[in-house]
Design a protein. Structure first.
Length: 137
């Protein structure tokens, strides 16, 4: 059971996400290599707002200590708001998740847990999560 405070916090954050990427002032991502400003996060049909919303949601979700099943529901809600039909198969979703994890400066253990649970240990998803994390988009 998810604590009511976490659910309220996540629902509040979801309602704000359409405002854009700059909504959450996050710390600089922890990466071992410089971030290339010319590299852009993958998008779904050119919808950068979707990728930004997923990144910001992931950051907020980790910050609120959310639980796995709720995370997927939130991704589904964001996708529906942006008209993304197959968010689960979109590389941009998982790259943005990794970018959100980088912004949240999660530990290597938390990153591995996300890959295993949220990415369902799927090699393509986990690779995209790692790519988003490494580049800190």
């Amino acid at each position: 059971m998810t604590p009511p405070r976490v659910v309220f916090t996540l629902l509040s954050l979801l309602s704000l996400l359409p405002l854009g990427c700059s909504l959450i002032a996050a710390p600089e991502p922890r990466v071992s290599q410089p971030v290339d400003p010319t590299v852009r996060i993958g998008t779904v049909d050119g919808d950068e707002a979707y990728s930004c919303a997923v990144r910001d949601y992931t950051y907020a979700y980790v910050d609120a200590d959310g639980e796995g099943p709720d995370f997927a529901r939130g991704l589904g809600t964001i996708a529906a708001r942006h008209g993304v039909r197959d968010w689960d198969a979109a590389d941009a979703t998982w790259i943005a998740v990794g970018a959100g994890l980088a912004r949240a400066q999660v530990s290597a253990t938390t990153l591995a847990d996300f890959k295993r649970t949220v990415g369902r240990a799927d090699p393509l998803r986990t690779s995209d999560i790692q790519r988003g994390y490494d580049h800190g988009y």
